[in-house]
Write a protein that binds this ligand. Sequence first.
Ligand code: GRF
Length: 200
Amino acid sequence: MNIAVFCSGNGTNLQAIIGSWKKGHIKADIKLVVSDLPDCYALIRAKNAGIKTLVIERKNFKTKKDFEAEILKVLKRDNIDLIVLAGYMRILSGDFISAYENKILNIHPALLPSFKGAHGIRDAFEYGVKITGVTVHFVTKDMDAGPIILQSSVKATEDDTEETLAEAMHEEEHKVYPRAIQLFVDGKLKIEGRKVTILE
Ligand code: GRF
């Protein structure tokens, strides 16, 4: 199985995924890291790990359709079977998602369906929740709404600042995301409607 990881930022989740892969826990090939930003740190992490990188910038295409067609072309060229979104800050169109139906994973920094959107950690912190957490889910055309694969909780204590909470959240993400990818690769995820069963 060939995996492409999509990133736009720091790439700490990518790093955790690479770590798990190098230890042999993810039995697939991480073939490609795709970014929409030429100077994000995730690209350096990929290069350091010897993974091919590709930058495809939205501004170089007239329409979103053309932009996504280019991405699909490179995915096809590398026989990519699974797309892992790891801090990729673009919303994929329904057509793109249909081309990889039930083959796109995302990690969201909140316990979905709470605190959807780009600021899950901050929104939960400002709301004053006592428990938040991370969610790995399949990507469907509705944002942050696909079938949930794994969730893990993180406590927000009275001493937490947004920064300390973010740190705890990232630590949890780095455990949960590689595990979810491993389950997918091992064929242990069965989707029925909204429900994902883990076949052990
Ligand atoms: C993570 O918090 C993830 O949940 C969200 O984007 C962030 C990416 O962080 N989707 P990093 O680039 O993996 O460090």
